[in-house]
Design a protein around this ligand. Structure first.
Ligand code: 1HE
Length: 259
């Protein structure tokens, strides 16, 4: 892996693996790490078709670096939160899909980062919490926007008010992850999924990550019209025509439970 400050990256074909690399601090996210994420996702090499995001060491991410929090005034606090929003928007609205691989602590800002990815794989060691309530603060990295859309505002309120910690199975049942694997198996699973995603037509992937979440927020009438436009754009791509022809010519795989 090529060493980069606070992030490690490695290329596996068309998949870029990005790892939070501050294991001594449990990948706690200081301002420099937020900015490194922003820069990384703003500058994905054009050949990258999917990204895997993980954490080095025993935990995915311990959230906001609390040692940087103490002296901020209200205005600085707003700007700080907006900096997180910009960086995590870079992940959610990246040009290619992002698969997060979660293990150990996925807490506070760590859960906010995880929620900005498009697919989440959890190892059974993963646990989820919003300790903001106990720390006297509030989520500031999009946690009140993205996480309720995954598990509902009532569960988020419960986690923030009571300090409830969800284990990996509870997180999976609630919808925080959609794959649950044994400890140590997350990265291989995440890379395998990313490789499958990378083999899709880029326009289809782009529509899923850019159009789908926006359509889902629209009133049905507007959403259905937008869906028609996106469907027509995707189907007009040469890659779509070639893939449909390949299926009709029996050169492409069938849908199968084993695949
Ligand atoms: C940290 C942080 C941190 C660890 N900021 N330094 N997040 C939290 O409230 C979670 C706080 N962290 C923990 O509860 C635990 O560290 C863990 C459960 C994640 C891991 O426990 P453990 O036993 O493996 O590690 P540790 O011994 O607690 O921590 C190792 C070192 O990392 C230690 O520093 P050291 O110099 O004494 O070695 C810790 O101080 C340091 N460390 N977590 C700073 N978070 C956009 S707004 C988002 C708002 C939030 O994210 S609030 C939630 C913050």
């Amino acid at each position: 892996m090529a060493a980069a400050p606070l992030l490690k990256t490695a290329t596996h074909g068309a998949v870029l693996h990005v790892a939070l690399d501050r294991p001594d601090k449990r990948n706690a996210v200081n301002d420099a790490l937020v900015q490194a994420l922003d820069a990384q996702f703003a500058n994905l090499p054009p050949a990258v078709r999917a990204v895997v995001l993980s954490g080095e060491g025993e935990h995915f991410c311990a959230g906001l670096d609390l040692s940087e929090l103490t002296e901020r005034n209200v205005f600085q606090g707003i700007l700080h939160s907006r900096m997180w929003h910009a960086a995590l928007d870079r992940i959610q609205f990246a040009p290619v899909p992002v698969v997060a691989v979660l293990h150990g602590a996925v807490v506070g800002g760590g859960l906010e980062i995880a929620a900005s990815a498009h697919v989440r794989v959890a190892e059974t060691s993963a646990f989820y919490a919003f300790p903001e309530g106990q720390r006297g603060i509030f989520v500031g990295g999009g946690g009140s926007v993205r996480v309720p859309r995954l598990i509902g505002a009532a569960r988020v309120a419960d986690m923030m008010l009571t300090g409830r910690v969800l284990d990996a199975e509870e997180g999976q049942a609630a919808g925080l992850s959609t794959y649950l694997v044994e400890p140590g198996a997350g990265l291989a699973k995440g890379l395998a999924l990313a490789e499958r995603i990378a083999a899709n037509a880029p326009m289809s992937n782009y529509a899923v990550i850019q159009a789908l979440p926006r359509i889902a927020e629209l009133a049905p009438e507007q959403g259905l019209f937008m869906e028609s436009l996106v469907a027509a754009i995707a189907q007009g791509e040469p890659a779509a025509k070639e893939r449909l022809r390949a299926f009709l010519d029996k050169r492409a795989g069938k849908v199968s439970k084993e695949s």
